[in-house]
Design a protein around this ligand. Structure first.
Ligand code: ZN
Ligand code: ZN
Ligand code: ZN
Length: 360
């Protein structure tokens, strides 16, 4: 992610609604991926401090007792929610006080993932625009987090644009328990969002396109029986040599899970490299350099991140080994994303609220 500075010069962060140094209010414009100080303008609008236009409205979830969402809504956009918040269809029951916190944690991670999409010009349709396959998020509870609901088990997953997240994933104790039970190395909310959106983009960018044959040769047949693969995986565990072919054990379950896991890693890499460049940790032009160079820098950075984490008594930030086959899959995703970005027409692009220039 980009590094942001307030007009007073202080460092500000993606989630800030106010500068802690000069106390001016801040807003993030998803169309330009800029964060700036805002001032009230007439008629319920705000503008950038010192600028006469454009005008924006605040996301209705900006209040601190709700989501503290700092995203701005363009003047000609009639929605009350920003481009990220409006994608959520179902939220956990707010009569349970803990659920406000859960909702907020999930939205924070989702907003960061949506930033990745906008930054890569990966377009999406809302459910309003495409009732069959438009993107929408349901944050659902099951008995484990709310004894009053009827569902025993809610599974995090994707189906035709609908991304379901079990609201309990917002609880650190739940995440750690599941991570240990499943013998996973890494489990985060941001990771869930990046994985699930990978399924959405498979449907959008790979299925029935010229990429499908190459996808099959690299990842396997996407139409293999999913239920049988799932049953196999949970009964017998991953294949013994999964590390040679897959980024994670779970990726070995089915070609579509392999894609979603690898896609999530592409976004991890993309975002972490942008952050490192923003903070002058390394020099790289993500859009222009060749993938071999980019990948070499990523490996260098991941080793350094892990060493830094261990220095302060934390686990590895990026506990993964990337073998040649996984490199080839990441390189494929890079080509798919590059083609999608280059073919994103400005008119289509504005539909998801962004006309932004390439950033990283
Ligand atoms: Zn400031
Ligand atoms: Zn919002
Ligand atoms: Zn999946």
């Amino acid at each position: 992610m980009k590094r942001f500075h307030c007009s007073c010069g202080a460092e500000i962060f993606f989630d800030n609604t106010r500068c802690l140094n000069c106390e001016q209010d801040l807003g993030f414009d998803p169309a330009t991926l800029r964060m700036f100080t805002i001032q009230d303008a007439k008629g319920g609008f705000v503008t950038e401090v010192g600028e006469s236009g454009p005008r924006f409205r605040l996301c209705e979830h900006r209040p601190e007792n709700v989501l503290s969402c700092n995203w701005l809504i363009a003047e000609d956009d009639s929605h009350d929610e920003c481009v990220s918040c409006r994608l959520t269809r179902i939220i956990p029951h707010l009569s349970i006080p803990k659920n406000v916190k859960r909702w907020r944690i999930l939205e924070d991670a989702k907003r960061r993932m949506i930033y990745n999409l906008l930054n890569n010009r990966l377009t999406f349709e809302t459910r309003e625009e495409n009732p069959e396959q438009g993107l929408v998020f349901d944050f659902l509870e099951d008995r484990r987090s709310n004894p009053l609901v009827s569902e025993e088990h809610i599974y995090t997953g994707h189906n035709s644009g609908v991304i379901t997240i079990n609201a309990a994933e917002a609880d650190p104790e739940y995440r750690v328990a599941v991570r240990e039970e499943m013998n996973e190395r890494y489990r985060t909310n941001l990771g869930h969002f990046r994985h699930e959106i990978g399924h959405y983009y498979w449907m959008r960018l790979i299925q029935n396109t010229h990429w499908e044959a190459e996808f099959t040769s690299l990842f396997g047949d996407p139409y293999w029986d999913y239920d049988i693969s799932l049953k196999n995986y949970y009964e017998n565990g991953p294949r013994a040599d999964w590390q040679e072919y897959h980024i994670s054990a779970y990726a070995s379950m089915h070609p579509l899970e392999d894609w979603a896991e690898t896609w999530a890693h592409y976004l991890h890499m993309n975002d972490a490299l942008e952050t490192a460049v923003s903070f002058n940790v390394l020099k790289l032009e993500f859009r222009r350099d060749n993938f071999r160079q980019i990948f070499a820098k990523w490996m260098e950075l991941a080793v350094a991140m892990n060493a830094l984490n261990r220095s302060v008594g934390k686990f590895d930030a990026y506990p993964f080994v990337i073998k040649h086959m996984v490199y080839r899959k990441l390189e494929f995703i890079r080509r798919v994303v590059t083609e999608a970005r280059e073919s994103a027409a400005p008119a289509v692009f504005s539909a998801c609220g962004s006309s932004g220039a390439p950033i990283n």
